[in-house]
Ligand binder design. Structure first.
Ligand SMILES: NC(=O)C1=CN([C@@H]2O[C@H](COP(=O)(O)OP(=O)(O)OC[C@H]3O[C@@H](n4cnc5c(N)ncnc54)[C@H](OP(=O)(O)O)[C@@H]3O)[C@@H](O)[C@H]2O)C=CC1
Ligand SMILES: Cc1cn([C@H]2C[C@H](O)[C@@H](COP(=O)(O)OP(=O)(O)O[C@H]3O[C@@H](C)C(=O)[C@@H](O)[C@H]3O)O2)c(=O)[nH]c1=O
Length: 161
């Protein structure tokens, strides 16, 4: 059975994926978060993924406070760039593929044309810069990875009038 590890499993996207697992009973999906697996700890990451023997890692862990990142630069870079490099190195060592979630904020938004994979990325925020650097580290260290540049998640919350 295909084994998948989700990092940042308590977050918005992690919880959305969790809500779908019952539809995919042919997949063995495990959800972790920082208390169990801290993606900024390279040795922990290598050991954890070696023992877990996974086929895929879906990286939902990140620093996502867009405005705060302008003032918490060290932490934002650590989680969105350096930790992604850790994941890439662990993936090469332990032979799993990485599905990484990036963002539309790698672009500055100053165009009226739709962006494509070939569009030149120029972030307008520090958050966007760290996410772009994370993509670069991932491609340099584990090119078989997949990167999704997505935007604004919608949560299925009750409407309060
Ligand atoms: N939300 C959105 O609209 C969009 C998000 N994205 C991207 O999608 C991904 C998921 O975003 P989203 O679910 O909203 O993010 P959240 O901020 O909701 O979740 C991130 C999760 O990562 C955890 N985390 C933080 N540090 C670490 C660490 N060192 N090791 C392991 N886990 C850690 C957080 O835990 P804790 O809360 O305890 O810190 C949290 O549970 C991110 O890469 C983000 O950049 C892209 C486009 C839009
Ligand atoms: C505040 C505001 C936002 N928006 C748009 C911009 C954006 O696409 C969307 C959400 O904006 P917010 O500022 O609330 O969300 P923000 O936290 O900036 O959004 C993001 O989360 C991070 C983690 C991402 O990676 C991004 O892709 C994005 O979805 O709404 C407007 O059109 N008008 C507004 O007045």
């Amino acid at each position: 059975m295909t084994k998948i590890l989700v990092t940042g499993g308590n977050g918005q996207l992690g919880q959305s994926i969790l809500s779908l697992v019952n539809k995919y009973k042919n997949l063995n999906i495990h959800f972790s978060d920082i208390d169990e697996l801290d993606i900024s700890q390279s040795e922990q990451l290598k050991e954890y993924t070696r023992a877990a023997n996974i086929d895929y890692l879906i990286n939902c862990a990140a620093y996502t406070a867009v405005d705060k990142a302008e003032h918490e630069k060290v932490l934002a870079k650590k989680l969105n760039a350096e930790a992604v490099k850790n994941i890439a190195i662990a993936a090469t060592e332990n032979n799993f593929r990485v599905i990484h979630i990036s963002t539309d904020y790698v672009f500055d938004g100053n165009t009226f044309k739709p962006y494509t994979e070939a569009s030149f990325a120029v972030p307008a925020s520090y958050y966007g810069q760290t996410k772009l650097l994370g993509e670069k580290y991932l491609m340099e260290n584990h090119p078989a990875s997949m990167i999704f540049r997505t935007s604004c998640f919608i949560r299925n919350l009750p409407i309060i009038l």
